[in-house]
Design a protein around this ligand. Structure first.
Ligand SMILES: [Zn+2]
Length: 741
């Protein structure tokens, strides 16, 4: 039979450390059809062990009695939490979200009044590869679609991060990843700012600048054309976002966050002009780009968008190979290692060449130029005949791994397109250079400092950013989890899909012993001491990986695989991507979209996982006879603030098992729940909470209950196969397991 859990001192200690928790006024949970659930209306009765015998000496018995009484007091506290909320809220309370409006609907989708600004750029820039400078002229056509007249514009001046006296230089630890390493003085020299020939004053405040306009830009379609002239010294290490890689055959320039751009103006914050301090990436409007890049002859230039003038900048052989590559699933060499640095590597003639690119519906523009790069490409053709040109540029130093880069790109473009939303752009280029890993529209910067598995992981990740935040445009400085976290989530499935069995092929069902769900579980079941939902620059640098990437990524897996199931989750998340593609959702939009489309109130999950840093710890507190002899009652405690559904496995003596799931609602108004599990008369050998390690349980030592070993004196050995007659609750004190067999 099932006997009371013998109280151990460790239990007592564990319970004494319980935190005051939450109580709720909510309807009763639905009943599982397999399991009768009940709030513990009565205390687990104080009973002697089932056979009525003390198993220890008198002094120890007293101690156990006292410990048992203390446990009962603690259980009573758990059961009847004071009806006082933790603060003014509890884990299940509705989130304090902004009221839905015409622009952002109650179901978390763009409303009929949604608007966003448009910023279109025409630029002509010249790279000096001797002085390492860039000189540029740009015309920004800015369209004010908002209902608000705009008397001034804010510009991003991100190169100013690389001034030695910038806020970022002071705020970001010297020689850290997002600082500018070495002795270098960067920043813009602004040569002019004009509208219609009229010179305007640009007031510079660190990495942003304000231009007061002669006339406000009219709302709902008013336009202004701003001309800006500028130059800057190119940092060799630009906060791991841009810079110069020095290789044997020359330099590889990676250019990003390089031109003055208009800050995003939106319906939520007005001007999004948070400074560029380092850790936070960027948030800008969509626009079209028409960019002419003049670079020394011999350089290969790849960029956001489609090359407009291949006949002017490529050799006839390169043009032919490039056309071939578009139609080829196999990688085609465009510029071979042998051609680099020779006349065959670039068109005949003297002087620099101007590469002309155009791109549409992108939130910025990045590019690379180098005389040292090998160039290869392959294509993807969609059903409608449109193509994606997947390209890689890398120096000979990267030959060990990078010749596979283009196929890695193809694999991941196809997988993400198939799983979530079709890749909408005509090109993508992976660049081997100084940046460890950074993403821009149609351009990825990845270092060559990787094994093949490492290159696949970083390529898959940077490409995944095409969806978050290049297509679904979120505020990377305020909400890094909405791009890094969502991207990490989709990366899991790309890595489970076999690109190369040696690199990949990790089964989806695998669970990480140290922190489920599988893979990089750090931070799931331990306190991180900061919530996920903080602006990027407010995250401790040593917590960035956990809080921006893995905890939100794993949280999305929890939601998909454990809490909702893919069939409930996937249509909702695809809807979020599709409806917000080329628009800018806020966290509230995401929360609402997922709750409405899945039909589940998830406030507890958003609060516990994203908005606060809460622990989850479920524990088995007792296993007793159920309401009748055909069932067993398992009492479960929720010992911390985070709640999760309950997964129980009852193992019987005959080695059969019964799995039971309880909805998260069992924690609505109590932290102590009892489930009656039918046993069909079989003896219970073991009960385990969360046997598949689905949930982020902080303490697994309290997740298992083993039936006490039989007392030989009144527990006759039974014949094999007769345990069916050994019913829980049968008053013989026996029938429980004897694992000495
Ligand atoms: Zn990332």
């Amino acid at each position: 039979m099932i006997r009371f859990l013998n109280v151990r001192l460790t239990w007592l200690v564990a319970f004494i450390t319980l935190q005051t928790a939450v109580t709720f006024l909510s309807p009763l949970s639905p009943l599982s059809n397999q399991v009768v659930c009940a709030q513990d209306a009565e205390p687990a009765e104080e009973k002697p062990t089932a056979d009525g015998k003390e198993e220890a000496g008198p002094g120890q018995a007293d101690a156990e009695q006292e410990a048992r009484r203390e446990l009962q007091r603690e259980l009573a506290r758990l059961r009847n939490r004071e009806m006082r909320p933790r603060r003014e809220i509890n884990i299940f309370s509705p989130l304090d979200l902004p009221t839905p409006n015409d622009a952002r609907s109650a179901i978390g989708l763009p409303g009929p009044g949604y608007w966003q600004q448009q910023a279109d750029y025409r630029m002509e820039v010249t790279l000096d590869d001797q002085a390492d400078t860039l000189v540029g002229r740009e015309t920004i056509t800015y369209t004010n679609n908002s209902p608000t007249p705009l008397p001034y514009l804010w510009l991003n001046l991100e190169q100013n991060l690389f001034r030695s006296d910038s806020d970022g230089s002071k705020f970001t630890p010297r020689a850290s990843r997002f600082n500018n390493i070495g002795e270098f003085e960067g920043g813009y020299t602004i040569e002019f700012v004009r509208i219609g020939g009229q010179e305007l004053n640009l007031e510079v405040f660190d990495t942003v600048g304000r231009v007061m306009l002669p006339n406000s830009i009219e709302p709902r379609g008013g336009q202004v054309q701003l001309e800006v002239g500028w130059k800057f010294n190119i940092p060799s290490y630009g906060a791991d976002r841009m810079g110069i890689q020095f290789v044997e055959q020359g330099k590889i320039y990676e250019m990003a966050q390089w031109f003055p751009s208009v800050c995003k103006f939106d319906d939520v914050n007005g001007w999004n002009n948070l400074p560029y301090l380092g850790q936070g990436e960027f948030y800008t409007d969509f626009g079209t780009y028409d960019v002419k890049i003049t670079a020394p002859r011999g350089h290969v230039v790849c960029a956001t968008g489609v090359l407009q003038n291949p006949t002017e900048v490529l050799t006839p052989a390169q043009q032919e190979r490039l056309n071939q590559a578009k139609q080829s699933a196999k990688t085609v060499m465009i510029r071979t290692q042998e051609e680099v640095g020779t006349p065959a590597g670039s068109p005949e003639g003297e002087g620099p060449l101007t590469w002309h690119f155009k791109a549409e519906k992108v939130r910025t523009f990045a590019w690379t130029a180098s005389q040292a790069t090998i160039w290869d490409a392959a294509g993807i053709t969609w059903d409608d005949g449109s193509t994606v040109l997947c390209q890689s540029v890398y120096p000979k130093e990267s030959l060990q791994t990078w010749p596979e880069s283009t196929q890695m790109l193809r694999h991941s473009v196809l997988l993400y397109s198939d799983q979530w939303f079709r890749y909408p752009y005509p090109t993508v280029t992976n660049v081997s250079g100084v940046c460890g890993g950074m993403e821009y529209p149609m351009v990825l910067f990845c270092s060559d400092d990787f094994s093949k598995a490492g290159l696949f992981a970083v390529t898959s990740h940077e490409l995944g950013h095409s969806w978050f935040p290049m297509i679904v445009n979120t505020d990377e400085r305020r909400y890094p989890w909405m791009d890094e976290g969502f991207n990490t989530f989709i990366n899991f499935y790309d890595r489970f899909d076999v690109y190369n069995a040696d690199i990949n092929g990790q089964p989806l069902a695998s669970r990480d012993e140290n922190g489920p769900p599988s893979g990089r579980g750090r931070g799931n079941s331990t306190l991180v001491n900061q919530p996920i939902a903080l602006p990027a620059d407010q995250l401790r640098p040593d917590r960035l990986g956990r809080l921006a990437y893995f905890k939100p990524g794993n949280g999305m897996r929890l939601l998909r695989e454990v809490i909702l199931g893919p069939e409930r989750f996937d249509p909702a998340f695809k809807l979020y991507i599709r409806e917000w593609a080329f628009k800018s959702p806020q966290p509230a939009d995401f929360f609402r979209c997922m709750e409405n489309a899945t039909g589940m109130n998830l406030a507890w999950f958003w609060r516990g996982w994203f908005l606060e840093d809460n622990l989850c710890d479920q524990a088995i507190t007792s296993v007793t006879t159920g309401r009748d002899a055909e069932s067993v009652r398992v009492q479960i405690a929720n010992k911390q603030e985070m709640v999760m559904p309950v997964f129980l496995r009852v193992e019987f003596e005959d080695k059969t098992t019964k799995d039971v799931e309880l909805p998260v609602y069992v924690w609505y108004y109590t932290n102590l729940w009892s489930a009656d599990v039918p046993t069909e008369g079989k003896s219970v050998a073991k009960v385990t909470l969360d046997p598949r390690r689905n949930i982020p349980d902080a303490d697994r030592s309290n997740n298992t209950w083993n039936a006490p070993k039989a007392d030989k004196t009144d527990q006759p050995e039974k014949a094999e196969g007769e345990s069916g007659g050994d019913k829980p609750g049968a008053n013989d004190g026996g029938g429980d397991d004897d694992d000495r067999r």
